[in-house]
Design a protein around this ligand. Structure first.
Ligand SMILES: Cc1cc2nc3c(=O)[nH]c(=O)nc-3n(C[C@H](O)[C@H](O)[C@H](O)COP(=O)(O)OP(=O)(O)OC[C@H]3O[C@@H](n4cnc5c(N)ncnc54)[C@H](O)[C@@H]3O)c2cc1C
Length: 246
């Protein structure tokens, strides 16, 4: 994003969430917070308005508290969140984003969070129903014998994020091993994970979410703090080492 905005220093910056669910729920909001820092560093913040617009009622719909903390951080920096709005098009002649409600929002720079969908190969495989792969939430088994699905392709009612894909990928081998032993899965999938969220100025918060472990989904915000920024860096380097050996 830094490269895209490097030549931009005035007018309205509009971050538009184009559908729900979308990948990495905190991203449009941390993007706004980081853009704020970027424009402050360039000395142009006073000539730039930053706004995020999207179809969801709140940044983290499953919790008012976490949503409010994010909204407070946005408000403190003069960033507006426009909830419950569906963007239906861009009018580049007049530099406005059109809303399904009939209104429009001006922009000089538009950053779009794309509509999320399963890859075409998944769609054409017949695994998906209404756009998503239905799975058992306890063990990620699909409707087809011996076929599992993990990650963003599933139709589970939860956030689409890598941490959840990673957690789900740990459950599947356990389920296969349990089945081979004629046993049952001991630790069902809970849809639990921790998403880091950048607040700017080197501060990072952590949203700890659990979608299926209790009667209703829960989430809480820890931080933001500089210690969590160090945790996030360690989290990333552990995965780089594990997946890419570097
Ligand atoms: C900007 C951004 C920031 C994010 N930040 C975070 C974060 O901080 N923390 C977090 O937990 N999550 C984050 N996410 C979300 C995270 O990246 C996804 O939730 C996660 O990658 C989902 O993993 P997946 O394996 O299900 O799907 P993907 O990672 O999308 O993997 C699917 C793979 O299938 C491949 N593919 C598609 N079609 C074919 C085909 N025909 N043949 C072969 N291969 C094919 C694709 O190329 C892709 O590599 C972020 C996402 C974005 C976009």
């Amino acid at each position: 994003m830094r490269d895209v905005v490097s030549d931009f220093d005035s007018g309205n910056t509009l971050i538009g969430i184009l559908g729900h669910p979308f990948k990495c729920p905190p991203a449009p909001f941390e993007g706004a917070l980081l853009l704020h820092d970027h424009f402050v560093e360039r000395g142009v913040r006073d000539s730039v308005e930053i706004r995020t617009v999207g179809p969801i009622a709140a940044p983290v719909p499953i919790t008012k508290e976490v949503s409010q903390s994010i909204l407070d951080a946005l408000t403190e920096r003069g960033i507006e969140y426009v909830p419950n709005q569906h963007l239906v098009g861009l009018d580049p002649q007049n530099n406005v984003a059109r809303l399904a409600s009939g209104g429009s929002i001006p922009y000089a720079l538009f950053v779009g969070i794309p509509v999320h969908r399963v890859p075409r190969v998944v769609e054409s495989s017949g695994l998906a129903v209404d756009g998503w792969v239905p799975v058992e939430k306890t063990n990620l088994a699909t409707r087809f014998p011996d076929v599992y699905a993990v990650g963003d392709v599933t139709g589970l009612p939860m956030a689409k994020a890598g941490v959840f894909a990673e957690a789900a990928a740990r459950v599947v081998p356990d389920d296969i091993a349990a089945r081979l032993r004629g046993d049952v899965l001991q630790q069902p999938y809970e849809g639990a994970g921790t998403c880091y969220i950048e607040f700017g100025a080197g501060m990072v918060g952590m949203v700890e979410a659990n979608f299926f472990g209790g009667p209703t989904p829960t989430a809480r915000l820890v931080g933001p703090s500089r210690e969590l920024a160090a945790d996030k860096a360690a989290f990333a380097s552990i995965r780089r080492e594990r997946w890419f050996g570097s």
